[in-house]
Design a protein around this ligand. Structure first.
Ligand SMILES: Cc1ncc(COP(=O)(O)O)c(C=O)c1O
Length: 429
């Protein structure tokens, strides 16, 4: 047994499924990370991988970026958590307000799931209503409201919500309405019918790897404004990635509230809700004791180590040319992957924006969750497996691009994608 195999055997005993969450490698390809630098991971046995998972998105600058490491090392000797105001977290809040079009005030928490949870709670307090509308297939983390109709195998008629995983109270199903992403007419009709019960509409402006159709987000903005229903953007993935000002800058549509995480925290546990001051006001502890008050507190909120990592990350992203480089790398990868799929005669869409996209094995244009149900699930599982076999780590349904994937890395990745697709074609022939 190698050191790595014995670590994996130990993990299986003490961690359910031997994993940390939903990310699992195919049997025989499990590994344990020992080291990470730039776009690479190394496992305990010394094997190198090109990383297109990027910690599920935060490591946009690559691993162990010198600016982030230096900022964190300098902060460590000044204390690591206070639950009190500190200069780095105030600076980070100011930077979010400067960067993000709809951000007037900011509240911090530790994870993206918390951020969407509290974005919805503050919308409820503001709007004095209970129900939430979300989109089928949209993922907003793992709290009870977020996990409605994320991946239903047999979807129900809109707007009925269903929990597709366990442990979620049935009552939550009554509190959530489901709409079809990119179908403005149906969404408008549902909002027109239910607006008086709705506290908020939450959407991933770029849902998983599905691009919003022209007019969809603008239409959603118009109809939510018409009925006074707060529009919440989940920018956990898109924030500081599609543009410095997130999806709201990139697509030119400004929500009332947005949730941020991942890139914002440079690889540390920190997330934020940012939005209109009159909504954010409900977090103000001066309201304590009144029904307007939203209790949101957390031991690690405003953590200064995460804040300096975030500030260092954002500093790098503000450098001229950062996004042009990110998009150029992503475009090369997307185009190369699409060409490889065509070469292997495989019906597939390479769907998404250049900084984060994936291949979906269907001949149908992917405009909504139901289109993804037409995809060949076995092929995507095999593609992920064949990439990993060749030393490329990707998310289950995403390829994340970083600022440190070089032209040589892209060449290597395209070679692996091509070989992986050939293997998938052979195994599914
Ligand atoms: C769009 C979106 N929202 C929310 C979350 C949850 O964030 P976290 O994993 O930090 O709780 C994720 C995580 O991948 C996400 O992709």
């Amino acid at each position: 047994m190698t050191d790595q195999q014995s670590l994996i055997a130990r993990a299986v005993k003490v961690l359910p499924g031997g994993v940390l969450g939903s990310h699992r490698a195919a049997p025989g390809l499990e590994f344990v990370v020992k080291d990470a630098r730039g776009p690479y991971l190394w496992d305990v046995d010394g094997r190198r991988y090109i990383d297109c998972l990027l910690g599920s998105g935060p490591m946009l600058l690559g691993h162990a970026h010198p600016a982030v490491v230096d900022a964190v090392q300098r902060q460590l000797s000044h204390g690591t958590t206070f639950m009190l105001l500190n200069e780095p977290i105030i600076e980070l809040a100011e930077e979010i307000v400067r960067a993000v079009p709809g951000a007037e005030q900011v509240r911090f928490m530790s994870s993206g799931s918390e951020a969407t949870f509290f974005a919805l709670r503050v919308a409820r307090a503001f709007r004095q209503r209970d129900k939430i509308m979300k989109f089928e297939g949209g993922f907003h983390g793992t709290h009870d409201y977020a996990l409605m109709s994320v991946g239903p195998r047999s979807p129900k008629a809109f707007p009925a919500a269903m929990a597709d995983s366990g442990g979620i109270p049935h009552a939550i199903g009554e509190e959530v309405l489901i709409a079809p992403y990119n179908d403005l007419a149906t969404t408008e009709a549902l909002i027109a019918t239910h607006h008086n019960e709705l506290a908020a509409v939450i959407v991933e402006p770029y849902q998983r790897v599905i691009v919003p159709q022209p007019g969809f987000l603008t239409g959603l903005r118009t109809v939510t404004r018409r009925y006074g229903v707060p529009l919440v953007f989940d920018e956990i993935v898109t924030g500081f990635r599609l543009a410095y000002g997130g999806a709201q800058e990139y697509y030119g549509v400004v929500p009332d509230v947005a949730a941020f995480g991942k890139v914002l925290a440079g690889g540390f546990p920190l997330a934020a809700v940012a939005g209109r001051a009159d909504i954010m006001h409900h977090f103000d502890a001066a309201l304590e004791g009144s029904p307007d008050y939203v209790w949101q507190a957390g031991t690690l909120n405003g953590n200064p180590v995460a804040a300096v990592a975030g500030l260092a990350t954002l500093g790098e992203l503000r450098k001229p040319g950062a996004y042009a480089k990110l998009f150029a790398t992503g475009r090369r990868l997307k185009d190369g992957l699409a060409a490889a799929a065509a070469r292997h005669g495989m019906p597939a869409q390479v769907s998404g924006e250049p900084p984060v996209f994936d291949i979906i094995f269907t001949d149908r244009p992917v405009v909504d969750y139901r289109a993804t149900l037409t995809a060949d699930r076995r092929r995507i599982a095999l593609f992920n497996e064949e990439c990993l076999r060749r030393g490329v780590v990707k998310a289950v349904n995403k390829i994340y691009v970083s600022l440190v994937h070089s032209d040589a890395d892209v060449d290597e990745l395209l070679g692996v994608f091509d070989a992986a697709l050939a293997a998938v074609a052979a195994r599914t022939a």
